[in-house]
Design a protein around this ligand. Structure first.
Ligand code: ARG
Length: 290
């Protein structure tokens, strides 16, 4: 037994001495720190091939980010005449401005139909979508999303005069129900209001015109948008018809495989949420609705 121990400790000492002479005395404390990973003095490290510029690099180089939005969606994004000039305003636009500011680039806005946004992003015609877009499973397959920056519930808007007749989705059987083309509300009409006839149009203001002129009987829209219209149109009301609420969050979308853009967007969102600026932008946008 004793002999074995002596041999072992001699062997151990020998090993320690060997490592010490090989790596310099300093390294003995951390024998696990393998030197092999570092290039030796005689043999300079091979030059790594220059990394392909990321989309974020390209945006910074161009000095601008191209935003795709669908400015038919107060208070998220909508047209307003400011000092005699048509402008796109809304809390999504304020978020976009903050994002561009954080990236140190200018913001260029392209206004298009909501259902044209995803194809435009995938084709590279725009760099980013901010349009109250909900990151649903289907879309997640096609594009990458930031975290959610704002959450809303789904509502049914009706004419005020019909409000007390329409209490459940069953009451909409045989009625015409409108929703925006390519939106999650289009799916809600199809899935939750069975027995109704869907009227699907590309632009939100046209849907409200249809409701006012009795061409449709109800619309499925997100609550902030419903509230914005109802506050200006006394002949409309938000009904108490309950809907299943699984999709009401808004996130920023980028073309697939741009993790550095998603990360940068999340940073901007974190900052705005922490400083309660999204809330402020929503309130300011609501004040601008006309
Ligand atoms: N949140 C819904 C969706 O993602 C509707 C968004 C509509 N946005 C707009 N700017 N019109 O499908």
């Amino acid at each position: 037994m004793k002999r074995k121990q002596i041999i072992l400790s001699v062997l151990l000492m020998f090993c320690v001495a060997l490592i010490a002479s090989a790596c310099g005395a300093k390294e003995v404390q951390k024998p696990a720190d393998n030197n092999a990973a570092q290039p030796s003095a005689q043999e300079p490290a091979k030059q790594e091939p220059a990394a392909k510029p990321t989309k974020l690099d390209e945006i910074k180089k161009a000095g601008k980010i191209v935003l795709g939005t669908s400015a038919d969606y107060p208070p998220y994004e909508f047209h307003k005449t400011v000092n005699g000039k048509d402008e796109i305003v809304g809390f999504d636009i304020e978020l976009a401005k903050e994002f561009a500011k954080d990236l140190g680039v200018k913001l260029e806005i392209k206004d298009m139909k909501f259902d044209g946004l995803l194809p435009a992003l995938q084709a590279g015609n725009i760099d980013v979508i901010i349009a109250g877009m909900t990151p649903d499973e289907e879309r997640k397959k096609a594009v990458d999303f930031s975290k959610i920056y704002y959450t809303a519930v789904q509502t049914v808007v009706v004419r005020a005069e019909d409000n007390d007749k329409l209490k459940t989705t069953d009451d909409l059987k045989g009625k015409k129900v409108g929703a925006q083309k390519g939106s999650v509300q289009e799916d809600i009409v199809a899935e939750q209001i069975s027995g109704s006839t869907a009227k699907i149009l590309p632009k939100i203001p046209d849907l409200f015109m249809e409701l006012k002129s009795k061409k449709v009987d109800a619309l499925v829209v997100e609550e902030p948008v419903a509230a914005a219209y109802v506050s200006k149109h006394k002949d409309l009301a938000i009904s108490s018809i309950p809907l299943k609420q699984d999709e009401g969050g808004s996130a920023i979308a980028f073309a697939k495989n741009n993790p550095e853009l998603v990360e940068a967007a999340n940073k901007t969102i974190d900052r705005l949420l922490k400083d309660k600026l999204i809330e402020k932008f929503v309130a300011e946008a609501n004040d601008m609705v006309e």
